[in-house]
Write a protein that binds this ligand. Structure first.
Ligand code: SF4
Ligand code: MG
Length: 335
């Protein structure tokens, strides 16, 4: 049997100034029922594009060039636009960083929730309204009955994100894609929202793809983690292994840049020098080589493949083949 979602060797291209730009390449991963997968990486690594491709929301300039995205037995890269619309909002839901962009400012929250519930759960208006109130209560909106009549601007950022979660989970989707759901919120509210997602997930066995640049969020939420760099998966492991023994130099760099509470005033302890290469000028060889403290000649010439090094642990790096000792010591090689 297939897992709930299987992203298989996906390549995504965008048309830009009559030029084709490859945004994501060779991306493969799967998500099981009720599982939480974290996708982490700096901005511009292809995390959001990957998730938009699952939803069929790449826009008119973007398309999946190669590969398959199986949701159950259906290949989402092959189904009709009509079928995709049915799946979205019904079986797959999405929450974004800024809920104002997905909430319509001219309709009341109730209006936006009730219509969706009627459509997807085939309820009459009265039942849909009661159910909407119940969902708002579940996500901790006070005076839920009254708030239903309010417009999005009447809610604070944290409350809007709660409303979005209520909407996203109202139809009990099999998969929830959350793209930086807490990035715009302060730390306390962030923790509450993540907890809320986890609780609702338990009730409904919903699988979650959580996209973030924040490894702290990943540590608290994910079962398994996919690390993306420059449009590729560079490492995949269960959350425990990833934090204990990160193998890819990029993952190691991300780990070193996690801000620690005791150094509150310093944004980052260490940051990875350099920046993500531009899509239009992807370097030859390993895409991380210009920033990698362990890069060798080979890294500049040949592109490493994603390889399984242990059950459930995959890494895209030449070092994992040759010289593990250097990786564990974390010391750059002396040339
Ligand atoms: Fe660094 Fe080479 Fe591994 Fe790329 S393949 S991450 S450049 S050591
Ligand atoms: Mg993004």
């Amino acid at each position: 049997m297939r897992p709930l979602l299987e992203v298989d060797h996906v390549k995504i291209a965008f048309e830009s100034d009559k030029e084709e730009v490859i945004s994501v390449e060779e991306v493969s991963f799967s998500v099981g029922q009720g599982e939480t997968i974290g996708i982490v990486g700096e901005s511009g690594c292809g995390k959001s594009v990957t998730s938009l491709s699952i939803m069929g929301l790449l826009g008119k300039n973007g398309k999946v060039k190669n590969g398959h995205i199986f949701f159950g037995d259906e290949d989402l890269t092959k189904v009709t636009a009509q079928r995709l619309r049915e799946i979205r909002g019904n079986e797959i839901s999405m929450i974004f960083q800024e809920p104002m962009t997905s909430l319509n400012p001219v309709f009341s929250i109730g209006n936006q929730m009730i219509e969706g519930i009627k459509l997807h759960l085939k309820m009459n208006t009265k039942d849909a309204k009661e159910y909407a109130i119940e969902m708002l209560k579940k996500v901790g909106i006070p005076r839920a009955g009254e708030m239903l009549k309010e417009y999005p601007h009447a809610f604070s950022g944290g409350m809007r994100q709660r409303v979005m979660i209520a909407i996203a989970l109202a139809c009990k989707p099999k998969l929830l894609i959350a793209d930086e759901p807490t990035t715009a919120l302060d730390v306390t509210i962030q923790a509450q929202i993540l907890q809320l997602m986890k609780n609702l997930q338990k009730d409904s066995e919903t699988a979650i793809i959580l996209i973030t640049h924040d490894l702290g969020v990943i540590a608290e939420t994910a079962d398994r983690v996919i690390v993306m760099y420059a449009g590729q998966v560079v490492e995949e492991a269960d959350v425990y292994t990833l934090f204990k023994e990160p193998k890819h130099p990029y993952t190691q760099g991300l780990m070193a840049s996690i801000p620690h509470l005791e150094y509150e005033n310093e944004q980052r302890l260490v940051s990875i020098p350099g920046s993500v290469p531009s899509l239009k000028h992807m370097p030859k060889g390993c895409r991380f080589h210009s920033r990698c403290p362990h890069a060798t000649q080979r890294c500049q010439q040949e592109q490493p493949v994603l390889k399984q090094i242990q059950e459930g642990h995959k890494v895209r790096c030449w070092l994992t083949e040759n010289d593990q000792s250097r990786m564990f010591s974390g010391k750059p090689k002396e040339e």
